[in-house]
Every structure is written in C-alpha cells, then in structure tokens.
Design a protein around this ligand. Sequence first.
Ligand code: HEM
Ligand code: MYR
Length: 415
Amino acid sequence: MASMPADRSPDSTLALLRAGYRFIGERCERYGSDVFRTRILLAPTICLRGRPAAELFYDTDRFQRATAMPLRVQRTLTGRGGVQGLDGREHSDRKAMFMSIMTPAAIRRLGQLFDDEWQSRITAWEGAGPVSLYDELGRSLTRVVCAWAGVPLPASQVERRAVELHAMIEAPAVIGRRHWRGRLARYRAERWLADLVERTRVGFAPAPDGSALAVIAEHRDRRGDLLPRRIAAVELLNVLRPVVAVDQYIAFAALALHDHPAWRERVRADDEATEHFVQEVRRYYPFFPIAAARVRRAFDWQGHHFPKGWRVLLDLYGTNHHPTLWPQPELFRPERFADRQVDPFELVPQGGGEHWAGHRCAGEWITIDLMKRAVTNLTTTMRYDVPVQNLALDLHRMPALPPLRLTLTNVRRTA
Ligand code: HEM
Ligand code: MYR
C-alpha cells in the first residue's frame, strides 16, 4: 500500500481558513499528489482534487453525508436536518422534492421575473449615484426569489431579509463577528419561515400551486409525515439563500466583462457564446471551495487506504483549476468550452455527479439561466462605467467577493 502524503502540522484548521481557496491545491503541488492526509477540526481528514477524485467522492456506496459537514457550516450556511446531510432513500426522496420545483417552466418564470426586475432597477439606477452591484442584486434577487417561491415579502422587509441571506453565505468559513452575524441571521430566518410554513398548512397563507413554499410545506416523507416545521424552514432557505447567492456569480461575470472587454461584443445576441462565457465564469472564479463527506466503509483507492469514518474533502475550486483537466487553468478563456463536452466530474463549481441520485446542486440550471440573463442585460439593455476601484480577488477569504462590491457609475438604458 502506497503511503499517503501527510501534513506534518498537528491541526490545519486555521491554515485552511487562512489559505482559503488554495489550501488543498498548494499542498497537492508540494506533495506531487492529488490525495493527501491532514488534520482538520482535530480529526484525520483526507483531501482530494481532480477528475478521478471527484468520481470517487460522488460514489454513494463509499461515502455518506451524515455528520460530514462541520457544525459551523451547518449553523450558518446550510442549517441542520436539511437535504445536504441525508443519505440513501431519505436523501433521494428529499432531493426529488427539490428537483420537482426545477421544471423548465418554473425556471423560465424565475428568469422572467428577474429580467423584469432588472429593467425596473435600470430605471432606478439611471441618474442615481454609484451602484454597488452585489448589494443591489442581493435585494433584487431576494424580491424575485420570494415572489417566485410564493413567500410573501412586504417591500419594507426586503432589505432585512437580503442582509440575513447574505450574512449566512458570508459566515461559514470566518471567525468572529461575521460568523456570529450569520448564526443570528439563520436563527431569525428559520423562525420567519417556520411560522410561514405553519400558516400555509392551516390555510392562513395560501401558496401558489407548484411554488417552493407549497411543495415544501406539503411534502410528505415515505411514512406519510409532513416535515417538521423547522426542517421545512431549512429546506425553504435552501431555495431562497442560494438564489440570492447567484449575485456573487453575476458580480464575477461583470468583473470578467470588465477585464475581457472583447467578450462584451461576442456575447451580444449570441446564446452559445453567452453559455461558454457563463461556464468559464463558474469554472474560473472562486465560490464554493470544498465539498465534505465521510468514508462509509473502509476501502482502498489508487493504492491508498481510506479508513471508515474519516472525513474527506473534495477541492471543487482546485478541480476546476486542475492543470491536466483545464490547460492553462489561470487564463479566463470561455472559448475552451466551444470544442469540449464536459462530463459530470470535470466542471464542479456546484458539485459533481448526479442531480437526483447524488448531492450535485439542485439549483445549477437556475444559476446558469440567471447568469446568462444577467450577462445579456449587462451587455445589451444598459451601459455603465466601472470607476477605478480595487478589483483584486482575495483568494484567502471564503467567499472571496465581499470586499469587492463592484461599483458601477453612470448607468443608462440603451434603446
Ligand atoms: C448543493 C453550490 C446555487 C440549491 C450545492 C453544493 C454546492 C453548491 C457546491 C454541494 C454539492 C455537494 O455536496 O457535493 C452552489 C453555488 C451556487 C448554487 C456555487 C451559486 C449561487 C443554488 C441554487 C439553488 C441551490 C440557485 C436552488 C434554487 C442547492 C441544494 C443543494 C445544493 C438544495 C443540496 C443538494 C443535495 O445535497 O443533494 N450547491 N449552489 N443551489 N444546492 Fe447549490
Ligand atoms: C449556497 O448558498 O448554498 C450557495 C453558495 C454558497 C457559497 C459559500 C461559500 C463559502 C463556503 C465555505 C464552506 C466550506 C464547506 C466545507
């Protein structure tokens, strides 16, 4: 049995939080191996990157999700008792609930609401001062996703809920005030939505047929039981929060348009070029860094032993930047998608493998659709200037965006 390269440090949790997106990649390069052992949260942990590793990681016979996600992530980003931590039949039943919301017609409806919102925001931005794209889109996507999901949201509550949803996304991998803000935000948002689910069930807050609120409030497990209201709230947040998180990808897309102005012309009225551009934004920019699982039963792989119960981390960012998968990975080149079919384990910004049977992101199609609409709006329905500002990404921070608000000025509508 080959011995797996191992980090010497007695614990690398802080090193991971400090190094950010490059933690696993840097060590893989140092050890000349896409597999190594370290200690995270005081427990032995195996880190992986690359296509074969992604294929292994999504094998549900070998890995489970129960107890895999660190508590600090559950208490902020994902919540507890939701789909991310389920396995087997329980997982596929719950996942089917999410996938039933993602019909082509529902995705189109969400996209239409987003386009309409964008048009009305241009009116507000015209003649106004500088526009912080991330904050503006956070509020817009909060409005849009609540309308789409059947969640009533008075205008006076938009700012507050947008701030809460952002706080949950910004909190899991930081220590201190920003982390605690995320915990408090989750507590408040779960209370809000648990109450709404209850009122929907008794008929006081009717939800439109097929909306996320209706589907989740009425979902029954295989024993015929409704979800406990707190878990229903966690699952409803698993729809609202990540749709708002698409604002980060849209800000990255705007940044890419700024850094690669030739693409502004190429994407205009060209659906295929827009698709390639969006895929490259998802590949290139840092967002969800790592997925976590636990070894279900011991096995050997590529001459390495994986002991039962060990935590395993798959480097999503590192797989999207793997030099043998993606030639010149540090260049932003949407045309790389023109002559390439990507398989389910190569491009993994939102996880790999299967949507229904596995843990791959339920909202991947929505994400791509909203990003394409945003790119079209940024390049065809408005003009703007990008004033001098610090646009450097900070790969040490997870997520990398918050310091970079991406401010636009002189926004005007084009005919
Ligand atoms: C799971 C990323 C948007 C709903 C995931 C996973 C990642 C991810 C990395 C975990 C994969 C794994 O555990 O192996 C992202 C990113 C997004 C995004 C970067 C961009 C903003 C969305 C949207 C929705 C959504 C728009 C819903 C409307 C979910 C759900 C899961 C999930 C429900 C859990 C799936 C499961 O455990 O089976 N996402 N996501 N996500 N995502 Fe997303
Ligand atoms: C979502 O809201 O589910 C989608 C986007 C969240 C991105 C969060 C980025 C930082 C997360 C660090 C988590 C480490 C997981 C082991």
